[in-house]
Write a new protein. Structure first.
Length: 511
């Protein structure tokens, strides 16, 4: 994953959670002859990988593996029990002849701590960190994880990573988000930087998390900005599509060095539910940005409520909203903001909008666009209205507005996809479309699959996506073919192969 700023390529971390079903449904209920431990149906593993660099500008990739021991098979090892996962990572790049060439990798057995009981219920996660040296370049990462003693399928995953740490520029690692960062060294999943660290799983901060610690490494400032000089780091949290919150912005002045660790802990107790970016900017003393990195995270905080009174002091006189005097028209305009509204705004749109008088609705509508485009809110609204008209024409119907359809919502929220695969005549499945985005909010290679259960209409529903925060259904393939192959077994997530069916391949490779 990459983020570009001027001539700098910045590397973002990847945090993935895999749940893999047992390969053979007939094995359910069976027990290993060596132990009475129940056979787990799933292997749950969490993978975090990121590119870093040494003080001598030697790049490497750090891989963090976290395995849920409750989903692995424990076998006797003397008087105790142990679980083992086969971990393999192939680091591949395109050779000069255009063929894939493995340049490095990992292959080892990740062992759990010994336990006295084969049935693990508490403190079950076991983990490891491995570093692999690479050179600057573009790589494909092939991951294979297998519970050695269990019956789950091998986890297989492919991703792309660009490593670029130029010797003549300032560069940064990706940002790492942590659920906890304990200086005492107690607790945590990993020990790094002198802290006991627990990753923020799935980049999701629930209500019970009041603080958000993060770390980032900054390289080469002494060579580029001067030895024994100073530079500035700015960190800020902003809701996607909104301006940064001054209360969630921090500046710090640091001394130049080959490698600088920057860490901070934001207080997110009052941060409302929504999708956010945490951004870090490295600047010289003239406030010129020389490097930056951004990471996406989600927040759930239902205790923070929407209050329309917050808009009472907004002045709309001599603004573009002053011309909207038809309350029905303005209600329609406000309603079409739903796909790009934050969670608090959606609460207002769902429950209270029709009870609001015209003047207060004008203030809300104007503030909505000022928050997102303070320099020209009217132009931002005009451009969005153009997209609303497009999805109405393309995806709307007499019974549903275009922006209320799943395809219309995704289009308005994330923009047009880079590729669309349409399959209206699959012999066994419902008609479906696969939308492919190269990047959304720092996540790469994002797919949405929509299907039409009512073939007489144009209303394609969202069936599955791998974007954080969107509908995720591991059994999406079974639902796609349910029209002709009904199956109520929740443990079966993939249909049997049939002639003409290629939804899985199209989803994985976007053919």
């Amino acid at each position: 994953m990459t983020l570009k700023r001027i001539l700098l390529i910045v590397l973002l971390p990847v945090f993935l959670v895999f749940v893999v079903q047992t390969a053979n449904a007939q094995s359910k209920g069976q027990k290993n002859k060596e132990t009475s431990a129940p056979q787990s149906k799933y292997l749950l593993s969490i993978l975090n990988y990121n590119a870093y660099c040494t003080g001598n500008m030697e790049p490497y990739i750090e891989f963090q593996f976290i395995i849920d021991g409750r989903t692995t098979k424990y076998v006797p090892d003397g008087d105790l029990f142990i679980s083992e996962v086969d971990v393999r990572v192939d680091i591949v790049k395109k050779g000069e002849n255009g063929k894939d060439e493995k340049v490095n990798g990992l292959h080892y057995i990740l062992q759990s701590p010994h336990v006295r009981d084969s049935v693990v219920t508490e403190k079950s996660y076991f983990s490891d960190i491995q570093n692999v040296k690479v050179t600057n370049g573009e790589y494909f990462l092939y991951f294979y994880l297998k519970d050695i003693h269990g019956t789950t399928d091998t986890i297989k995953y492919i991703d792309y990573l660009e490593v670029h740490f130029p010797e003549d520029r300032v560069s940064v690692s990706g940002i790492s988000l942590w659920e906890s960062m304990n200086a005492s060294g107690e607790g945590g999943v990993f020990f790094k930087y002198g802290y006991a660290l627990t990753p923020l799983f799935q980049q999701y901060a629930p209500e019970q998390i009041y603080a958000l610690p993060f770390t980032i490494e900054i390289y080469n400032t002494d060579k580029v900005l001067g030895s024994q000089k100073q530079f500035i780091v700015k960190a800020a949290i902003n809701e996607i599509g909104r301006r940064p919150n001054p209360e969630l912005t921090v500046y710090k002045q640091l001394a130049t060095a080959p490698v600088t660790l920057f860490f901070h802990k934001f207080n997110i107790y009052k941060l409302a539910s929504g999708n956010y970016n945490l951004s870090v900017f490295v600047m010289d003393l003239d406030s010129n940005v020389v490097a930056e990195s951004t990471i996406f995270f989600q927040r759930s905080n239902p205790s923070v409520k929407f209050d329309i009174a917050n808009y009472d002091n907004v002045i709309t006189k001599e603004t573009f909203v002053e011309k909207y005097t038809d309350i029905k028209e303005l209600q329609d305009y406000v309603a079409c903001l739903y796909p790009i509204a934050d969670n608090l705004e959606k609460e207002f749109l769902n429950q209270r909008m029709k009870k609001i008088p015209l003047e207060q609705l004008q203030r809300y509508f104007y503030s909505f666009w000022v928050d997102r485009a303070p320099n020209d809110p009217e132009e931002a609204w005009r451009q969005y209205k153009f997209k609303v008209d497009y999805v109405e024409k393309t995806y709307g119907s007499p019974v549903m507005k275009g922006y209320r359809t799943d395809r219309g919502r995704v289009y308005l929220k994330y923009g047009p996809p880079n590729n669309i695969t349409e399959e209206p005549y699959d012999p066994q499945s419902y008609p479906y479309e696969i939308w492919h985005y190269y990047e959304i909010a720092g996540q790469t290679n994002i797919k949405f699959i929509f299907y039409n259960k009512d073939v007489a209409t144009n209303n394609y529903e969202l069936l599955h996506s791998d974007l954080l925060g969107e509908l995720h259904d591991p059994a999406w393939q079974m639902k796609l073919v349910k029209r002709l192959s009904p199956n109520s077994n929740p443990d079966i997530t993939q249909p049997e192969e049939y002639w003409g069916g290629n939804a899985n391949e199209q989803y994985r490779y976007n053919k």
